[in-house]
Design a protein around this ligand. Structure first.
Ligand SMILES: Cc1cc2nc3c(=O)[nH]c(=O)nc-3n(C[C@H](O)[C@H](O)[C@H](O)COP(=O)(O)O)c2cc1C
Length: 335
């Protein structure tokens, strides 16, 4: 009883700040499918069903993954404000949209390791441009594996040529299927942006590859939805980039695992940012149930792939925007 008297309440301004950090999370097509509701002792992360991708993501796997990242960013922000924080995923089965409740605890300074991750949040971004040829160090890859394991997930580096080839082939298959699917393109078009915007993804990021005369051996999602990125092999050979590919997965495949994978993804991305590395999700192979299942089979995975990333040393700055925080945040004083 006496201990609870020392629990630190957080005022609405601090909760709002935590929500602002959370909103810097990556999300599928930059949909930002979340809302944050604050009370004195807890911050709730809720799904915003209006911002789902009903065609691409009917079971909401990618939506929950995105919200899992936001929940982890919020936890770190609460830690940076000097409080302990307990994360309860899916705390109330009666409230489907309540995906996480972050309960603020005793006064407790962040650890140095947490502080490094917190500092990385505003610097993290998805880099869709070419990366340098510098390899990703073994120690960083080991840190990524450990970050995944700490969150009940696993990480596999696709460093065997057969694994890499299988992933590339399945990305190609998925890209062809999506580029010829009118409903996929229609949904994609709703999130395409050609200039500065509060949400959605920029469609014009492929030009940099051409300018540098480079191609990736991995098909990268073309946000025009038409599979028009440059392929290696056609005409005069440009420099072919072969980035490190990693696969994050979980043992189960249900909403709780998707949220846990989101938290793991958050930590991976921040570990990378802290090491001055960047990444880009290779989403299409996991969008479609048949390519996702084939990936499991061809790589001999025991669990379920949740996110594939190319990783490397990039040279750019963040390009996507975020909605104003008041669109996503409210304070009730009760949770
Ligand atoms: C589940 C998920 C899937 C994603 N898939 C892709 C993808 O296939 N290709 C890509 O370039 N970015 C992908 N992204 C990255 C988002 O487009 C990106 O996070 C969003 O546009 C916000 O930009 P930022 O990460 O730079 O803040 C994905 C992100 C998430 C969370």
């Amino acid at each position: 009883m006496r201990r609870s008297a020392t629990v630190v309440g957080m005022d609405a301004d601090k909760m709002r700040l935590a929500a602002e950090f959370a909103a810097l999370a990556p999300s599928v097509h930059n949909t930002q499918p979340w809302r944050f509701v604050a009370g004195a002792h807890a911050l709730e992360v809720r799904l915003d069903p209006e911002r789902g991708l009903g065609y691409l993501d009917p079971d909401r796997r990618q939506m929950l993954l995105s919200c899992g990242v936001a929940a982890e960013f919020a936890r770190l922000a609460i830690r940076s404000l000097g409080s302990a924080c307990t994360v309860r995923l899916l705390p109330d089965p009666a409230q489907e949209s309540l995906v996480a409740k972050l309960v603020v605890g005793f006064r407790e300074a962040p650890t140095p390791a947490e502080q490094r991750l917190i500092d990385a949040i505003p610097r993290r971004y998805t880099d869709r441009g070419p990366y340098t040829d510098e390899p990703v160090s073994r120690s960083t890859l080991q840190s990524l594996r450990e970050a995944a394991t700490d969150r009940h997930c696993w990480l596999r580096v696709l460093d065997h040529p057969d694994d890499r080839l299988a992933a590339i082939r399945l990305l190609e298959t998925a890209e062809t299927a999506e580029a010829t699917d009118g409903r996929y393109r229609e949904e994609m078009e709703r999130w395409q942006r050609s200039g500065p915007s509060h949400d959605g993804v920029p469609v014009d990021r492929m030009a940099e590859w051409a300018a540098q005369h480079r191609v990736s051996d991995v098909p990268l999602r073309d946000f025009s939805g038409r599979g028009r990125h440059r392929h290696p092999g056609a005409g005069e050979p440009p420099t072919v980039e072969r980035d490190t590919i990693v696969l994050l997965g979980s043992d189960r495949d249900d909403p709780l695992s998707w949220l846990q994978a989101g938290r793991a993804l958050a930590d991976l991305l921040l570990v990378l940012t802290d090491a001055e590395l960047v990444s880009q999700p290779l989403g299409p192979a996991l969008d479609l149930p048949f390519t996702r299942m084939q990936l499991r089979r061809e790589l001999g995975l025991v669990g379920y792939p949740q996110m594939m990333l190319r990783v490397g040393h990039g040279l750019r700055v963040p390009v996507t925007g975020r909605r104003p925080i008041d669109e996503m945040f409210s304070a009730t004083g009760t949770p």
